[in-house]
Design a protein. Structure first.
Length: 808
């Protein structure tokens, strides 16, 4: 028979516990709240109840309200507590925390007892008579590593001889340097109200002293705020607003000085803090960002807004340079003091904006800066024009992308067109600094790779293991491939920008030649055409040559403009223009005629243009020149070398030496015999073809052979000996490998430095035999000299007596 299962009796509490344990293992148990349960206690017996009452009565008798504890306290302690209560010193109670817990009845009861005790003490304080009021004097805080420590001193009102007060040092929690900056600014705000007391008379010395003191404090505040921005700009972004607010100084005595200090300080801050890239933010509210990314975006937004406000303030100050309508004051006249201050403030603001454009040409608002600065290239003040011109030239030279250069050239084109070509030469002079001619994209690519390889390879190898070296080598190969791809893209973009720049430049130049051939910018236009003529399209060559020839023959041009026209023509004909059927005979006549216009005076700095033109017209085209033209230009160069400084003479002699090497027939000019020939040499004739230069000789070499400069002497001797390569009279390789332009720059005396250095003169020793007899042909003169040498002369000697004796 199957056995019957016996039911085990179990209490309800145990059954509930088992069920709760099972559910908790399954994770389905609910949290139990510890509720107070009413437990039914059995009724006490009367004996037990009487016992408890007796014990309670004994406890009440033993408590006697703490009188025994009072007897145990010493008298000194009682006196200390009494003094503390009477002087209201409850510093000990400040460290006591009364915590409340609403869950336990015992703690509630204790809290109620504590509240009763506090009420008792409060009632006792009310009964104590009030002491005399005291005044608290706040002292200057002490700055420590942990923050600022504030100090205060309590002073009595009615004490005749006050005792040394006790300083209460109140330690503050750690504070950032931003709080200290804010406190320093608050102190400055308080001091602004007490700058000068108008109720009493003030002397000039006191006025100057108070101004210097206030200015010193402003300098200190500006330095603290600016240095804080440079140290940690992401944390101290509020300093931008404080510095910008200081530009609106209310004190009239300090307004201009403080504004200048803030402008220059913010310039240095923005120059260091502003990144090289352009900040672009897209508002995506649903996208979650990292903490670092979010912090960086906040900093960039604060930086951008402060930078924008700064530029707006600078634009407002720069507007002072513009002549207002109805203002009769002219910039050339002596302005009043207020107008002069406005001009200086405007020039300072303009200088800051120029520096920002040079330092960060591709940051935000760079196009706004360009549109603002380009019109000041045509300002009436030369200092303003020079300031803008230097900054724009620097941007052109340092621009490696070409985008900002294109923007500037566009603005210049609009400016010249809007002013009907009536602008200052500085507007077009900046175009000469463009990197159209000197640009070499392949070289720039090699330079970038070379800079990357310039890293400290040895230090990297010391800290790398073998696996890391292999891995870094592979990474370098991948980066190299990526750089090549990126460089190719940059090359195409840059080439596109430069093409647009070239179009705008020649649009400006051709419009000036067509519509304003007699304007003051014609010289700069011709110089630009001469420099960038190799970039002109082939289809425009013939038209340009005809226009330039018309200018040379019909316009009253100076020698400098004529030389630029000639240089432009020969630059065109030396490149792709060789295929054109253009006879430059007329331009050789203009070149030969204008050579002697250059001399050692003011026109000496134009000699590099002459040297470039001669190199293109004579040396590069020597196979297309007749014998008479070569003789004429050689003789004219020798004459030109006589009227130049030593660096110009060296350059001309270098060209003569090159002509004699490539055209050996010129050696006939070294022969002084002029009996054989076609006639007499006419140096004043303007046409080199018919001046009969073959009937003369380069006599100038004999004079240049005795020149004060040793290099000129060497070149002259080398030419007189027939330009030998070796042997007697040859030139050193360091002289022969340099071109005429390089020699002109190398021996330039503008820096007041003679090259080669002048040797120290040798000391000449005195003769050892001073006994030399002097014989006089005239005996009377001998006697007179002897008489004068023997007597002591106290008065001036009258030599007329000697004449009288001779006549007698």
């Amino acid at each position: 028979m199957p056995t019957k299962k016996v039911k085990i009796r179990m209490s309800t509490v145990k059954r509930n516990n088992l069920k709760h344990t099972k559910l908790s293992k399954q994770g389905k148990a609910k949290h139990r709240h510890h509720e107070k349960k009413t437990v039914l206690l059995p009724k006490r017996n009367n004996d037990q109840q009487s016992k408890s009452n007796a014990v309670q009565e004994e406890e009440e008798e033993e408590s006697d309200h703490g009188e025994e504890l009072l007897q145990m306290v010493e008298n000194d302690d009682l006196e200390f507590l009494h003094n503390a209560v009477t002087s209201h010193s409850y510093s000990l109670l400040n460290h006591i925390c009364f915590t409340e817990n609403k869950q336990k009845d015992r703690k509630r009861k204790r809290d109620k007892d504590g509240e009763d005790e506090v009420d008792v003490e409060g009632n006792y304080e009310e009964r104590v008579p009030e002491l005399e009021p005291k005044r608290i004097k706040h002292l200057l805080p002490i700055k420590t590593k942990g923050g600022l420590v504030y100090r205060s001193v309590a002073e009595d009102f009615n004490e005749e001889e006050p005792e040394p007060a006790k300083e209460e040092v109140i330690p503050k929690p750690e504070e950032t340097e931003t709080d200290s900056d804010a406190e320093l600014e608050n102190e400055l705000d308080i001091e602004r109200t007490d700058f000068i007391d108008p109720s009493r008379p003030v002397s000039t010395a006191e006025l100057l002293a108070s101004r210097e003191e206030a200015l010193r404090k402003r300098r200190l505040l500006i330095g603290v705020l600016a240095s804080g921005l440079l140290e940690n700009p992401q944390v101290k972004t509020k300093n931008f607003k404080r510095l910008l607010d200081m530009m609106n100084e209310e004190t009239p005595e300090l307004r201009i000085t403080v504004c200048k200090l803030v402008i220059v300080s913010l310039l240095e801050v923005f120059r260091d803090v502003v990144p090289s890239y352009q900040i672009k933010h897209q508002d995506n509210p649903g996208v979650k960002l990292k903490k670092e990314t979010l912090q960086l975006q906040r900093f960039e937004k604060a930086l951008l807004s402060s930078y924008k406000i700064y530029l707006q303030r600078m634009e407002k100050l720069v507007s002072m340079l513009n002549k207002k309508r109805g203002n009769s004051r002219v910039a050339s006249q002596i302005p009043c003091s207020q107008f002069l201050q406005e001009l200086r403030m405007g020039e300072l603001a303009l200088s800051c904006m120029c520096d920002l454009l040079v330092a960060h040409p591709y940051f935000n608002f760079s196009h706004n800066l360009v549109q603002l600065l380009v019109p000041y290239l045509n300002h009436p003040l030369p200092s303003v024009r020079q300031l803008c011109s230097n900054s724009v030239c620097t941007v052109f030279r340092n621009d490696k992308r070409g985008e900002i250069s294109l923007e500037i050239v566009r603005c210049i084109n609009c400016l010249v067109k809007s002013r009907s070509h009536s602008v200052h030469p500085e507007v077009l002079k900046v175009l000469l600094s463009l990197r159209i001619k000197e640009i070499n994209l392949e070289k720039e690519k090699e330079d970038e790779l070379r800079q990357k390889k310039f890293m400290k390879h040895k230090q990297k190898l010391l800290t790398m293991s073998k696996k890391e070296r292999k891995r870094s080598k592979k990474l370098e190969e991948l980066e190299k491939e990526l750089l090549e791809t990126k460089a190719e893209e940059n090359k195409q973009a840059k080439q596109q920008y430069l093409t647009e720049v070239t179009k705008f430049v020649f649009t400006i130049y051709f419009r000036v030649l067509k519509k304003a051939p007699s304007s003051k910018i014609l010289s700069i236009t011709l110089e630009g055409l001469a420099r960038y003529a190799h970039c002109i399209n082939l289809e425009f060559y013939e038209d340009i040559v005809n226009v330039l020839n018309h200018l040379l023959e019909h316009e009253p041009l100076g020698y400098r403009e004529q030389m630029h026209c000639i240089q432009t023509v020969f630059t065109i004909l030396s490149g792709q223009g060789e295929v054109l059927n253009i006879d430059p005979f007329r331009f050789y006549v203009h070149l030969y005629r204008n050579l002697l216009s250059v001399h050692a005076g003011d026109s000496h700095q134009d000699l590099p243009t002459v040297l470039k033109t001669l190199d293109l017209a004579v040396i590069h085209r020597h196979k297309r020149l007749s014998q008479q033209r070569m003789f004429a230009f050689t003789k004219r160069l020798a004459t030109l070398a006589m009227q130049l400084l030593h660096n110009g003479s060296i350059s001309c002699l270098a060209l003569i030496r090159t002509i004699m090497q490539v055209y050996r027939s010129v050696d006939i000019l070294l022969d002084p015999d002029s009996s054989v020939g076609q006639g007499v040499y006419f140096p004043e004739l303007e046409d080199p073809e018919y001046c009969n230069a073959s009937n003369t000789a380069i006599w100038e070499m004999t004079a240049l052979k005795r020149h004060y400069h040793p290099v000129v002497c060497k070149f002259a001797c080398n030419i007189l000996l027939g330009v030998p390569v070796t042997g007697d009279g040859y030139l050193a390789p360091e002289l022969t490998k340099l071109s005429a332009e390089e020699l002109f720059i190398k021996y330039n005396p503008s820096e007041v430095a003679f090259q080669p250095p002048v040797p120290v003169p040798k000391k000449i020793e005195a003769r050892t035999n001073p006994s030399v007899t002097i014989h006089f042909r005239n005996e009377d003169l001998f006697n007179y000299v002897k008489e004068v040498s023997e007597r002591h002369v106290e008065e001036t000697v009258d030599f007329s007596l000697f004449k009288m004796r001779v006549k007698s």
